[in-house]
Design a protein around this ligand. Structure first.
Ligand code: GLV
Length: 324
């Protein structure tokens, strides 16, 4: 049962969970320096199992969800990241009344920078320029440009919006796809979740910023990929399982797709020997495009903690049934 706001302590028992112990300590130190004293820290299941029963607030990343049913005093889970698919998939284990929040603001700019770093690298032929320099060859080819290439952004939350803004700065016509249609006015053409094929038709660049839900799992497969323009690039900064990997590999091997820029994978770390490691059109990065920085994420948590103590609405509240 959620405690009425008036009974909430301003110094609740907070469990910080982060699988990397140095990061867990860094978050805990920031909370202590903000005056909080009842901090517990865990980085593995054993430590989590020890502290979860007394935790009132869980501030974590990649929390061992199967243990959540033991968290009898819990009222609020603040994720350290934007994506909460792991928590939503285990929603039946989250005690009733527990509020889940995610971090919404800070990832847009770094992720949009990541997307355009690779798009520019790919379309302008930076690799060819570097190769020519290495070989001592004067190779004055005509570099490609982003101007005029059609950009499709699936997901128009804070991250998708930041990608749209940079796309516009590079003079790209922009399409958007989102469930709510709330930010339809920021794109030239807006599509809903039943319109994937029309959305994808003729795109030069497809960027996926969607949350992973039952509806979006494997949403990008042959049906969508075959509608993209020949030579198109797919960028995935959402979750690996948005894409049917075998179909992506086929679209690249057949020469239909020019590039896949992938920061997220169905299995992470990407297994040794996975074809993506060696495919020339694939850019593999280890889920780093939107890093959770301790200061930024703690600032969101502390803002929410003040609201939680005062019984005011929290920011980034997740609808567990909608799954984001
Ligand atoms: C990272 O993937 C996040 O969800 O914040």
């Amino acid at each position: 049962m959620t405690m009425p706001a008036r009974e909430r302590s301003s110094d609740p028992v907070i469990l910080v969970y982060e699988p990397r112990p140095h990061q867990a300590r860094a978050y805990a130190d920031r909370l202590r320096s903000a005056g909080l004293t009842r901090i517990r820290v865990a980085s593995d299941e054993r430590e989590a199992a020890e502290h979860l029963p007394e935790a009132e607030v869980l501030f974590g990343w990649r929390v061992p969800v199967r243990l959540l049913s033991s968290a009898g005093r819990l009222t609020w889970i603040q994720s350290m990241g934007a994506g909460v698919d792991d928590l939503c998939a285990a929603r039946h284990l989250i005690p009733p009344g527990v509020v889940v929040t995610r971090v919404v603001g800070p990832f847009g700019v770094p992720i949009a920078e990541y997307v355009f770093a690779f798009l520019l690298h790919h379309f302008k032929g930076v690799e060819r320029m570097r190769r020519a320099q290495r070989d001592g060859r004067w190779d004055p080819f005509v570099p490609g440009t982003l101007r005029g290439r059609r950009l499709g952004v699936a997901g128009l939350g804070a991250i998708g919006q930041a990608v749209v803004r940079l796309g516009r700065a590079f003079h790209m016509p922009v399409r958007g796809l989102s469930r709510s249609g709330e930010r339809a006015d920021i794109v030239d053409e807006h599509f809903g979740p039943d319109d994937w094929e029309d959305f994808a038709a003729g795109l030069d660049v497809l960027v996926l910023t969607l949350p992973l839900t039952d509806e979006t799992r494997h949403i990008v497969g042959d049906r969508v990929l075959s509608r993209l323009r020949p030579g198109a690039a797919v960028v995935n900064v959402g979750r690996g399982a948005l894409i049917r990997e075998a179909d992506l590999i086929h679209a690249l091997e057949s020469g239909h797709l020019g590039a896949a820029i992938l920061d997220v994978f169905e299995t992470e770390p990407l297994p040794t020997g996975h074809p993506f490691w060696r495919m020339s059109g694939v850019y593999v990065t280890p889920h780093l495009s939107g890093p959770s920085e301790v200061d930024d994420v703690t600032a969101v948590f502390l803002r929410n903690l003040r609201a939680w103590c005062d019984g005011r609405p929290l920011e980034g509240v997740v609808d567990l049934e909608r799954q984001y």
